[in-house]
Design a protein around this ligand. Sequence first.
Ligand SMILES: [Zn+2]
Ligand SMILES: [Zn+2]
Ligand SMILES: [Zn+2]
Length: 194
Amino acid sequence: MRHILRRYITRDPTGRPIAVQSERLTDDGEGRLQLDNERKVHRCSGCRRPVLELSESRGVCGWCFSRECCVHCVSRCQVCSRQLCGHCRQGFGGPPAVTVCAVCRQRLITREAIEDQLTMEQTEFDRHIAQQRLVYQFEALRLAEGRLQQAARFQEARLGIGRRTKLQWAMHLLGLIVVNLFKGLKYVIRRALP
Ligand SMILES: [Zn+2]
Ligand SMILES: [Zn+2]
Ligand SMILES: [Zn+2]
C-alpha cells in the first residue's frame, strides 16, 4: 500500500494559506488505484466566511492586527483610512454619521463637545450683546426725551421773556401817550388862562 499526496496551497499576499487542495493517490498493492480530492477552504477570521479566492482577502485589520478582513466584512475608518475588521469598526453618530476606529471616534466626540461648548458661549455672548444694545437704546431714548423737555423749557422761557418785552413796549407807549396828553392839557390850560 502506497500513498502519493499532492498539495496545492494558495496563499494571500502575507503568506497565509487561504486554500489547500490535496490529491491523494492510493495504491493498495493489488493494482487498484484510488484518487481522493480534498479541498480545505480557509475562512476569514474576521467574519468566518470562506475565502474562496485570493482576491477576496483584504489582509489583517489595521487596528487589532489579529483578525483578517475579507471583501465581505472589511471597512475603513472615514477619518484615518485604516482598514478595520468587523470587531474593531465603530460608529460615530454624527452629524455626519461615519464609520471610524476607536481613536478617531474618541477624537470626534471630544471635538463635538468643544464645538458644543463654543456654540453655547457664542449664544451667551450674542444674548449679552443684544441685551446691552437694548440698554443703550433705552438710555439714548431717555436722553433724547430729556433734551426735548429741556428745549421745550428754554422755548417757553424765551417766549415768556418776549411777552414781557411786548408788555414793556405797551407800557412805554402808554406812558408816551399819557405824557403827551398832559403836555397838550397843560398847553390848552395855559392858553385858557388869562
Ligand atoms: Zn480588528
Ligand atoms: Zn471577513
Ligand atoms: Zn481612524
